[in-house]
Every structure is written in C-alpha cells, then in structure tokens.
Ligand binder design. Structure first.
Ligand SMILES: NC(=O)C1=CN([C@@H]2O[C@H](COP(=O)(O)OP(=O)(O)OC[C@H]3O[C@@H](n4cnc5c(N)ncnc54)[C@H](O)[C@@H]3O)[C@@H](O)[C@H]2O)[C@@H](O)CC1
Ligand SMILES: Nc1ncnc2c1ncn2[C@@H]1O[C@H](COP(=O)(O)OP(=O)(O)O)[C@@H](O)[C@H]1O
Ligand SMILES: [K+]
Length: 504
C-alpha cells in the first residue's frame, strides 16, 4: 500500500523528520538528488547531454544538487537558473553556490536550445506552486514540451497542482516523475496521469506522519495487498456459507445491467446470487446466466417477496437498470429501510436518492454508494467540472456527512470511507469507459460484502480488482474493443484459486 500525501502533509512530514532526527533539509535534498542521479547513471551513458532546469525554490535546489552530482560523476550536464539569485530559497542558494564553486555557471535560458540536449530535468516548481504559471515561464514550459526530449520531473511536473491534478497555467509533460517518497494526490487525479509518465517513489528517509490508526490518510493499493484480501477459500464451506447476494436490477426496458452485475457478484466468489427483476427479463437472464436464482415482479412488486429475499441475503445490490419509476422509488425506500443488510447503491438508485439525499441520513449499517461524476453531480448539486477538480474533498465530505463508503468513479476512482481513510485507485484504463463496466464493479462490491471479506476496506479493494480486470481485458482485446463482458471474463485470472494473483 502506498501513502499519498497532500502538500500540507508532505511539508509536515518533512519538518517532522528534520526536527525529530536532526536531519537538515539539505540532507533530504541531497538524498532526493542522489536517488535521481543513481537512476540516470543506470539508464544513460556519460555522454548524454543533460539540462537541469532550476526554479528558485527547493525544487530548483533539488535540480541543482542533481546537476552537481552528475557533473562530479562525469556527465555532460548544464543547468539554467530560472530567476534572480536574490529569490533563491536558503537551500537552493547553497546548491547554486556549490555549483559556482565547481566553475559551473547557469546557461542563459533565452539562448538555450532545448533540442540540443538528450535529457531535460524539470526542477522549476515542486509542491510550492501556489498560483498559475505565467509569461515567460509558461512559454518556456511549452518549448520544453515541444522539444520532444525525455523529461524527468523532480517531485512533480512543474505546473501540476500536487493536491488536485489541475494544470496551473502550463505544465511540463514528463516521461518520468520522481515523487520524493510519497505519492501526491495530483499525480493520480485530474491531469496527473497524463503528465507524470512513469512514477518512481524513492525513499529519502522521511518519516510517515501518522502516529495512530485513527488519523486520516490517503492510500493507493498495490497488487501485493490482494494477498491479504483474497484469502484461501474455506475447504469445508458450502454455497450457503460463501455468501448470498440479492441483486435488485433491471426493469421492463433494461435487462443487461442485471446480468452483468449479478454475474460479477457470483464471480467474486459468493455462493449464490438471486436477481429480483421485472418478469420480462426472466428468459434473458435465465439463458445468459443460468447460475442465478430469479424472482420476478410484474406490474406491481411484492413487499413480502422482496422481504423474504432480503432475509435470505447477506448483502444487497440495488440500482443497475431499475429506472426512475415510482415502482423503483418504492422498492428503493423499502430496501433502505432495513439498516441491518449491507447494501451497494448504484446507478438509478443513486439518481432516485438525489431527489431526496436526506434519506441517506436515516440509521444504517454498511452502505456503499458508487456514483460516477454525473451521478455525484446530481447527488451533491455541484457541477461536474468542480467535482473533477475537488474529487478528493467531495468524496471525503460525502462519506463523512452521510457515513457511507463513497466510490466516486472516474479515470482515477476515489474511494472515501467514513472513518476518514481514502483510497485513490491506480489500476484500470480508458477502455473501461464502456457501457456496463460500472455494473460489474457494483456486483463485485456486493459479492465481497456478502462474503464478509474485510468489510471496512472492501470498497477500495473491489475498485482495485475491477481495474486490474480491466487492464487484463485491455491487454487481450485492446482499449477500444474491450467491453464490460471482457472485464467479467478477466476476473478469474486475478482471483485464481481465490488467492494467488496473476501478474497483469
Ligand atoms: N519532503 C520534502 O518536502 C522535500 C522537498 N524537497 C523539494 O522541495 C520542493 C518544495 O520546495 P518549495 O517549498 O521551495 O517550493 P517550490 O520549489 O515548488 O517553489 C516555490 C517558489 O515558487 C514560487 N511560486 C509559486 N508559484 C509560482 C508561480 N506560478 N510563478 C512563479 N513563482 C511561483 C513561490 O513563491 C516560491 O518562491 C518539493 O517539491 C521538493 O522538490 C526536497 O528538497 C527534499 C525533501
Ligand atoms: N479513463 C478511465 N480510466 C480508468 N477507468 C475508467 C476510465 N473511464 C471509466 N473508468 C471506469 O469504468 C467504470 C465506468 O462505470 P460507469 O460510468 O458507471 O459505467 P456504466 O454506467 O456504463 O456501467 C468505472 O469504474 C470507472 O472508474
Ligand atoms: K518539478
């Protein structure tokens, strides 16, 4: 599991480490620069022409320290200081003076042709970026990007908001980013994934800030974490003991969502799945998915029937394809009146809830909500562009206010838990933006809930596994041609024997 620190948390960790262990900031800067120089030495020949672009803050200090180390190691390296000496931070000034002592003075940036270098290091701005980048640095960044040269970003590509992933005026497009020790939210959110390139997280000796399990922290799951989640299947279990899922999905007009979500629930390892749907769907679901138990309703649904199914189930999924009719609203109200049954609330159920969000405030147990940005906009009354820039804050606030697990689906899905912990998902790809992909995720959540696998964090794991399956599907079919059924088909490769993970 990787920690993700906001700008203020990264600064806190930095200060804490310096104070507690009496390690000056310059030492951390040296370690940061060493981690990048070791990498460059491994990957590039000594004759590589390298240009380090240094701003006047500590990010520039990192770049100048790197320039010195590479010079001492025999590389053909130069640098441009992008600002007056008078604005250098304390540590950056020391790095600059050190370079001068080696006889290395800054190139004049207006006379520098970026294309004449083989590799460019971006140390213009790090996490200290506080406003939009303007003339002339914005143009300079445009020229670096247009040069077509590989760029290594120190800490974060200059111009990327480290908290939100928004581009602030202009942004370096890096081929690789060395984020010092901890990920930043902006690397995964917003434009982060498209401008960071390959991300490295070198250890530079900074202590983590959390001192107890109660502190809010943002995390990214990794493949290794699944070993603890998908434990071996109980050899003595039976279909009743592996969890029973009730899927309330589909309507007179829509059928596919019920098939995809209930298949995902069964593929998660649950013992039984029962679909409660409109009678028109019986034949299709029964044919496409003979393993499902099916209960249907006609013009009117039956409280007794659904109650009996809820009593039978260990978890319920409600929403995919149920529509927004009065009938759907009544069923949703009834289902949510049982606080004891762990529930996944998806798709149309979310749209119905957005008409009356306060119904989420009534007492309840485990509820997982899975809105995409459009559904979240309806639920919160906020615009989609605002939500995209404030995804972390929006998800965390919602989870806390309504005491639900909130899966805010997007290219990087944010999963916020009411305890204050948040996960940013690093698996998955744009091929997953295909109809029915969300139904698969909702089914997976309900399936794991029924099995009572790590209920507290189940939402984050389901998202991660869903993304991994999407990556396998993309590898097999291509991002353009993959469909939701391919994500389903890939699931067993991840959960082979309910435990071992097959490399993606
Ligand atoms: N754990 C840590 O936090 C460590 C941090 N280090 C480096 O230090 C960096 C942070 O250093 P700083 O706080 O000095 O911040 P930066 O080096 O990111 O830059 C801050 C400076 O840029 C100015 N500025 C901000 N936005 C601007 C804009 N749009 N146009 C023009 N000027 C602008 C600020 O006023 C400030 O003077 C990190 O990103 C990292 O690279 C490393 O040295 C090692 C350890
Ligand atoms: N560009 C992307 N990169 C990674 N995952 C994506 C991307 N676009 C969409 N997804 C994922 O695909 C799923 C789409 O779900 P959703 O919008 O509910 O689709 P549907 O309603 O058609 O089932 C979500 O899990 C989302 O996170
Ligand atoms: K940078």
């Amino acid at each position: 599991m990787k920690r993700i620190y906001t700008v203020s948390q990264a600064r806190e960790a930095d200060v804490r480490t310096s104070q507690l262990h009496k390690i000056p900031g310059l030492v951390l800067m040296e370690r940061a620069a060493l981690s990048v120089s070791d990498y460059i030495e491994d990957k590039y020949a000594k004759r590589t022409r390298i240009l380090c672009l240094a701003g006047t803050g500590n990010n520039g200090g990192d770049a100048m320290a790197l320039c010195r180390i590479l010079f001492v190691r025999g590389f053909d390296v130069s640098y441009c200081l992008l600002g007056p000496e008078s604005r250098l931070s304390e540590s950056a000034k020391i790095q600059y003076q050190s370079l001068l002592s080696y006889g290395l003075s800054s190139l004049a940036v207006e006379e520098t042709d970026f294309k004449s270098f083989d590799l460019i290091v971006d140390g213009i701005f790090g996490i200290g970026l506080s406003r939009d980048i303007q003339h002339p640095l914005a143009e300079l960044i445009g020229e670096v990007n247009a040069s077509g040269r590989p760029v290594i970003a120190m800490d974060i590509p200059s111009g990327l908001n480290a908290d939100t992933g928004a581009v602030m005026g202009a942004c370096i497009r890096a081929s690789e980013t060395f984020s010092f020790q901890f990920l930043k939210p902006g690397i995964l959110l917003g434009q982060g994934r498209s401008v960071c390139g390959q991300v490295h997280l070198p250890e530079i000796g900074i202590d983590a800030i959390e001192t107890g399990a109660t502190l809010p922290v943002c995390l990214a799951l990794e493949r290794e974490d699944l070993d603890g989640f998908l434990t071996d299947r109980d050899a003595t279990g039976n279909k009743g003991s592996f969890g029973k899922v009730l899927v309330v999905a589909g309507s007179e007009e829509i059928c596919g969502a019920a098939v995809l979500s209930s298949q995902a629930a069964l593929l998660s390892g649950a013992g039984m799945v029962r679909v409660y749907t409109h009678e028109k769907n019986r034949t299709v679901i029964g044919t496409a998915f003979p393993e499902a138990l099916i209960t249907t309703y006609g013009n009117s649904w039956s409280k007794d029937e659904i109650k009996e199914a809820m009593d039978w189930a260990d978890s319920i999924l409600i929403g995919p394809g149920i529509g927004r009719s009065d009938q759907a609203r009544e069923m949703l109200d009834f289902v949510l009146s049982d606080p004891a049954l762990p529930a996944v609330i998806d798709a149309d159920a979310l749209n119905l809830l957005s008409e009356e969000p306060n119904s989420l405030l009534k007492p309840h147990g485990k509820w997982i909500l899975t809105p995409h940005m459009g559904e979240m906009a309806r639920l919160t009354g906020k615009g989609i562009s605002w939500l995209k820039e404030h995804a972390l804050e929006a998800a965390e606030t919602f989870a806390r206010d309504y005491q639900v697990d909130l899966i805010l689906k997007d290219a990087t899905t944010v999963t916020a838990l009411p305890c204050g912990r948040t996960y940013l998902n690093s698996s998955g790809n744009s091929g997953m933006a295909t109809a029915g992909s969300g139904d698969v995720l909702a089914g997976l959540c309900a399936g794991y809930l029924a099995q009572k696998i790590n209920p507290e964090e189940v939402a984050a794991y389901a998202v991660f596994i869903h993304g991994m399956a999407g990556d396998l599907a993309a590898a097999k079919k291509g991002k353009g041609a993959m469909i939701a059924g391919d994500i389903l088909e890939a699931l067993p490769q991840i959960t082979r024997d309910g435990g071992a993970i097959v490399a993606v």
